[in-house]
Design a protein around this ligand. Structure first.
Ligand SMILES: Cc1ncc(COP(=O)(O)O)c(C=O)c1O
Length: 364
């Protein structure tokens, strides 16, 4: 096992200050007292693993990633369970996705064991930052960027991996209140062969203008359509999408297939497994067109639509606006299958339900 150098912070927040933050953490606003750093260069490979005080990093203005964007990240959550242990959800999936994002951006792949050990190290030193409230969590943000200095366009020779953490309340402040979505006709998130499958910084920069367009149309979120025909539904903002066809015992779940331009969500994968194996709901990965969505919602064949991802877990989609008109999914509220899946997933994550699939990984 890798030995990490530990440099404790001299400015760690006192317990009372921390508790005030944990009472109302918001999302991504506050950070714990430490961070983990691991360096890479072509000669030494991965080296200098360290737990250091959270704080600014100094960069040469010619640092490669600022210009050419070799930067990837992950997002996961740690929960404090009633037995006092800190656990996270399926971290090997994030470790694998981080490696695959790195491959796509011609960056070095951090070994999964080192990635996991970085989470363990941060939980060991900043474990008091994991809220005990089952509605809250500690959001973990591993990321990596190139650090080589120089303006040549090429894969850099040096990189830094960092892990920071931020206590999190609800991602969408209105909780499970359904979101309204705008199907953008003007922008695409990703094309097959591009970087849509990678969790790289540039994908998010490219998404912001479409999110602003969604706001202009009075919608909470943007929904991405395929790059070629602008017809097939792909994702919603930073979340994957599910459609419920039918109701009650005849309900079945459909999600767009991983066509090469979607981010393969860990939550998406978990919902497919849970629905099929635990809840007996048939699932399918099938393309869904805008027209099918509109007609299905209008006829009642599509009874629920929801988005899923680590940050907000499961969020119902109520209203849709598009170049082809506007429609509402059922009564625009949170449907029963959406809520069943949401409760089932949250129950495992916050430790209140049995972990049948051994998805929870003990960090501390
Ligand atoms: C574009 C995009 N799609 C989907 C997801 C959902 O992935 P996960 O369930 O692994 O959080 C995310 C968040 O990571 C995302 O950024």
């Amino acid at each position: 096992m890798t030995t990490f150098r530990i440099e404790p912070s001299h400015n760690a927040r006192p317990a009372d200050e921390r508790e005030v933050i944990l009472a109302n953490p918001g999302f991504g606003r506050h950070f714990t007292d430490h961070m983990v750093s691991v360096l890479f260069d072509r000669d030494q490979g991965w080296h200098d693993p360290a737990v250091v005080p959270y704080g600014p990093i100094t960069l040469d203005p010619a640092t490669n990633f600022i210009h050419y964007g070799q930067a990837i990240f992950e997002g996961m959550k740690a929960y404090k369970h009633a037995d006092g242990h800190i656990r996270t959800f399926r971290p090997m999936k994030n470790a694998e996705r981080f490696r695959s994002s790195a491959r796509r951006l011609a960056m070095p792949e951090i070994p999964a064991e080192l990635f996991i050990e970085s989470l363990v190290q941060l939980a060991a030193i900043d474990g008091d930052w994991v809220p005990a409230d089952p509605e809250k969590s500690l959001y973990l943000r591993p990321f990596m960027f190139s650090t080589e200095v120089g303006l040549g366009v090429k894969p850099a020779d040096a990189y830094q991996y960092l892990l920071i953490a931020s206590p999190a309340g609800a991602y969408f402040p209105r909780g499970v209140a359904p979101v309204s979505v705008w199907l953008t006709p003007d922008y695409v998130r990703a094309a097959v062969g591009g970087t849509g499958e990678a969790k790289c910084a540039g994908n998010y920069a490219a998404s912001l203008i479409a999110q602003a367009e969604a706001s202009l149309h009075g919608c909470d979120q943007v929904v991405w359509l395929d790059a070629k025909e602008h017809e097939w539904v792909e994702e919603m903002g930073g979340m994957n999408l599910f459609f419920v066809f039918g109701t009650g015992d005849s309900a079945r779940l459909v999600t767009p297939p991983l066509s090469g331009s979607l981010l393969p969500g860990v939550t998406r994968d978990s919902i497919l497994i849970m629905a099929r194996q635990d809840l007996g709901i048939p699932v399918a990965e099938e393309p869904i067109s805008v027209d099918q969505w509109k007609r299905g919602a209008q006829s009642g064949e599509i009874s629920e639509v929801f988005a899923c991802g680590t940050a907000a877990v499961i969020t119902p989609v109520g209203e849709v606006k598009s170049a082809q008109g506007a429609w509402t999914v059922a009564d625009g509220g949170a449907g029963p299958i959406t809520m069943r899946l949401r409760n089932a997933l949250l129950g495992v994550q916050n430790g209140q339900d049995p972990d049948k699939h051994a998805w929870m990984f003990e960090l501390a």
